[in-house]
Design a protein around this ligand. Structure first.
Ligand code: SF4
Length: 468
């Protein structure tokens, strides 16, 4: 079962229209990327309005709240915390001031040099209130802006202190700004909307706001939108190298999004087909772990000729299992969330297809459920190579000891989760299914080789690991 989602961002500049309803629709389209908190900031004549709260987008924003958000330019955020604690203080957008101008920032991603950058800011007398990367990023840009009053130059200079994977949106006075890390680790697309422009973590959010996707924001690109929605593009100095997160195609992004010019749904189908060729199995039914593994399971079924069936039914009204405080309750919650169809599974050999395994705890529960429903065999196929190393660029996989594949063979993983067999997609299989070259992708959590040096790995994330 997959890692937690990270975050999603949107930004709009639509002259003559209120920004908030567009942002609301965009955030709802990105709800899968973060369910802990949601927030919107808008600006009208340089005056900032900001509303945020804990919960899902439709829980945080009722009509009254949206009506209070004035102005035709704004940004929004849905959050699953990857760093920083899980409270309202760290919900985004965060308000700040840039040389007297009212401003706000929202980020999807993590900085790898967070501690060092914080110390540098504190040494300059900057007061930091929370403990999230977003505040650090915003304050670093504010510091640079205080020196020049040139926003583009401030972001370009701050970039040298902001090392990591991020896609950020800001409001500064009447302007909306969007920028993406120089390797394009985290996704960000730009589109036209209602005579102006918009940006979003995924193309599907642009389309659901009523816009048209133009392209992806280039790695290291800074886009500045004025109050009339006009777009100005600049670069913070990228090298042309990229390291797009492979996990966006594997699991995070919606299947109806397009990333790196590749349809996510088509990539997932190819993954399933490839997996069927790499790890064939004699079986009666292919069953996906819903929802994210369906295209892979359909691909597996068409390549293997084994019939596909929806053998696990998801209760759509149970969400956010991660907020439960202990493992036992989270496991019990899996049983509320997913239930097998006994008539389909009884007496059958089952190929259970999941997009990825991170900790393995949820999949263990599912395998046991499928067996209890009468399956004769449960052969697990995983649409991603083993995740053996942490992510430092915005995904909640921080400690090696939590990763079931770390230090284990496929046979040992099968034992842990109680399956008859487990086979993962190969690395070449993944790269070829995505359709980009391996050196255009971040594969850090699969190989332990990261596209950026991670100076704070030990201090920040691995403290509790004796064996590291
Ligand atoms: S380490 Fe893994 S999850 Fe993190 S950005 Fe790289 S590919 Fe994505």
């Amino acid at each position: 079962m997959p890692a937690r989602d990270h975050c999603g961002v949107v930004g709009v500049a639509v002259p003559g229209k209120g920004a908030a309803p567009f942002l609301y629709r965009g955030l709802r389209a990105l709800q899968h990327r973060g369910q802990e908190s949601a927030g919107i900031a808008t600006t009208s004549h340089g005056k900032l309005s900001i509303r945020k709260g804990m919960g899902l987008v439709h829980e945080v924003f009722v009509q009254e709240t949206l009506d209070a958000l004035r102005g035709s330019t704004g940004i929004g955020h849905v959050r699953y915390p990857t760093t920083g604690s899980t409270d309202l203080e760290n919900a985004q957008p965060l308000a700040l001031r840039l040389r007297g101008e009212e401003a706000a920032i929202a980020v999807n991603g993590d900085l790898v040099n967070f501690e060092r950058t914080r110390r540098r800011l504190q040494a300059q007398g900057v007061e930091l209130l929370g403990n999230a990367d977003t505040e650090t990023m915003g304050q670093m840009i504010a510091l640079e802006y205080s020196r020049s009053r040139d926003l583009e130059a401030a972001i370009r200079r701050a970039r040298w202190e902001l090392i990591g994977g991020y896609a950020s949106v800001m409001l500064v006075g009447t302007r909306m700004v969007a920028f993406r890390d120089p390797l394009g680790i985290r996704p960000l697309s730009v589109g036209t909307l209602n005579g102006g422009h918009c940006v979003a973590s995924e193309s599907v959010a642009i389309e659901l706001m009523g816009g048209e996707t133009l392209r992806e924001v280039a790695p290291g690109e800074i886009l500045i939108f004025d109050k009339d929605g006009e777009m100005h593009s600049a670069s913070m100095g990228a090298t042309g190298e990229t390291a797009h997160c492979m996990f966006e195609w594997v699991y995070f992004s919606r299947p109806d999004s397009t990333l790196g010019g590749k349809d996510v749904y088509a990539v997932r189908s190819r993954i399933g087909e490839r997996l069927a060729r790499e790890s064939p199995v004699e079986s009666d039914l292919v069953i996906p772990v819903p929802d994210s593994s369906r295209p892979q399971a359909l691909g597996f079924s068409s390549a293997s000729g084994i019939p596909y069936a929806e053998g696990l039914i998801k209760n759509r009204f149970v969400e956010r299992t991660f907020i439960l405080p202990d493992q036992k309750r989270r496991e019990a919650e899996v049983r509320v969330k997913l239930h097998p169809v006994p008539g389909l599974l009884k007496g059958k050999r089952i190929v259970l297809l999941d997009d990825s395994i991170v900790r393995g705890t949820t999949l263990k529960e599912i395998v046991s459920m499928v067996r209890a429903a009468g399956a004769l065999r449960v052969d697990v196929r995983i649409g991603c190579p083993p995740i053996v190393a942490p992510c430092y660029f915005g995904v909640d996989m921080k400690q090696r000891k939590e990763l079931v594949a770390y230090g284990r063979t496929e046979e040992e993983v099968a034992q842990v989760i109680g399956a008859d067999s487990v086979h993962y997609l190969s690395l070449p299989g993944l790269v070829e299914s995505i359709g980009l070259a391996s050196d255009q992708l971040c594969l850090g959590c699969l190989s332990g080789k990261y596209p950026l040096e991670v100076p704070e790995e030990r201090q920040r994330f691995q403290r509790t690991l004796g064996e590291f």
